[in-house]
Design a protein. Structure first.
Length: 422
């Protein structure tokens, strides 16, 4: 048995064959796809004498017999294969397309992202991801796996998310009077983390809310708790006059994108303006924000959990740090801030306490944002001569948009509630 392997142009080989055997009709071109490293078996109907390849870098052949030939993929690309008999007549024509093992990558992706149905296709150096994922986090995970497994290929992500990537984030900024809490006998403890249906009203927040004599300005602590228990506790505090709500916005944010909230104001700061390379100087103003700022990023991890990055900041006007500039007195701004990352379930709340104001206040009135306690007045510039002993608590509750919408009362329900209160 002897089969010759020829590496030549298929067009030239066919032209030579057609001239020598004009009366024989050329076989139909058959197309096949094999993976890199994969093998395909050819079983021609006649004995093979010669094999012609257009590109032996793409595919290789191993002759097992006159009527059995193994074709294996070497690297991604296309190559034509022509089989000739001993009279140089074409027996068969095959076009082989060698692709990477996309099925293995697809299996790896679906194993790493339970519940997802993702397909992987690759051709000409381009990887296309399609199908559905539970959320955007799974979609990004699939893209990362494909990029790593198929180095050098361009990844096109067409995966659709089965759930919304929009989050409704409820932010509650509450000022609590610690002396009033001590009168009520309420202890705020640090060690408890609550799940649904567990806990007690008197044991919720962290030990950063200390007893008498605590002087540190910034001892931050946080906790997580289910919404029902938290709402009940907040309503209890407000009904007893132990807390007041400074702000209660609800923002819609996209998973993985930053969002920012500010409750406070801005003060003008004189700023020199220079025109024409140092001549015609003028004075302008730059407005500096103060108050309560919360910057956060919520990222969906799976169908039930999310990662929340919180960066709260509290700043207040401080007359003891006044700077005179261009005849104007500019007060200083005292800032306290922190940053934390937590993982929690949808509907759970995380709170940060310890942004406290415990200082002797001076007389300064005229700005809004006043509250029955001291902290809101400090932030707004409406101070009196009493001593403030309050605690600022920021409570953040992320939910899916559809879950938050389901909880919101309809207009009709809201009207009935107002009528019932009269």
């Amino acid at each position: 048995m002897s089969v010759r392997l020829l590496i030549a142009g298929i067009v030239c080989a066919l032209a030579t064959t057609a001239q020598a055997q004009a009366q024989v009709q050329a076989p139909v071109l058959e197309r096949s796809v094999i993976n890199e490293g994969g093998v395909s078996i050819l079983t021609p109907k006649s004995d093979v004498d010669s094999i012609v390849l257009s590109n032996d870098q793409i595919i290789g052949v191993d002759v097992q017999g006159l009527r059995q030939i193994l074709v294996f993929g070497r690297k991604e690309g296309s190559s034509e294969l022509l089989l000739l008999d001993r009279n140089k007549r074409p027996i068969a024509r095959h076009m082989f397309e060698v692709v990477s093992d996309a099925s293995a990558v697809s299996d790896l992706i679906n194993q790493s992202a339970p519940g997802a149905k993702i397909k992987v296709a690759k051709a000409a150096g381009v990887v296309v991801l399609s199908g559905t994922a539970l959320n955007s986090a799974q979609s990004q995970l699939a893209a990362n796996i494909a990029t790593s497994a198929m180095a050098g290929a361009k990844v096109i992500n067409l995966i659709q998310s089965a759930s919304s990537d929009q989050l409704a984030v409820s932010v509650r900024v509450m000022e609590v009077r610690k002396t009033h809490l001590r009168e009520l006998g309420i202890r705020w403890a640090a060690q408890n983390r609550f799940n649904d249906g567990v806990g007690s009203i008197g044991n919720l927040f962290a030990s950063a809310i200390g007893g008498a004599g605590t002087t540190d300005l910034f001892a931050s602590a946080r906790f997580t708790i289910d919404r029902l228990t938290l709402d009940s506790f907040i309503n209890f505090l407000r009904s007893e006059g132990a807390a007041t709500m400074l702000a209660e916005p609800t923002m819609v944010a996209t998973s993985g994108q930053k969002a920012k909230f500010l409750a406070g104001g801005e003060i003008p700061v004189p700023t020199p303006i220079t025109y024409n390379s140092g001549t015609n100087n003028a004075q302008g103003y730059t407005f500096k924000p103060y108050g309560i700022t919360l910057e956060f990023t919520a990222e969906i991890l799976d169908d039930t959990r999310l990662k929340l990055i919180l960066a709260p900041e509290v700043s207040s006007i401080d007359d003891s740090r006044v700077v005179e500039f261009a005849g104007a007195k500019v007060p200083g701004i005292v800032t306290r801030k922190t940053e934390t990352t937590v993982t929690l379930n949808f509907g759970e709340s995380v709170a940060i306490a310890g942004l406290r104001a415990s200082e002797q206040q001076k007389d300064r009135r005229g700005l809004p944002f006043a509250t029955p306690f001291g902290l809101g007045d400090v932030l707004a510039g409406n101070n009196n001569s009493s001593r403030s002993d309050t605690e600022l608590v920021l409570i953040v509750t992320p939910e899916r948009v559809e879950d938050a919408a389901a909880r919101m009362p309809t207009v009709e329900q809201a009207i009935k509630g107002l009528v019932a209160q009269k």
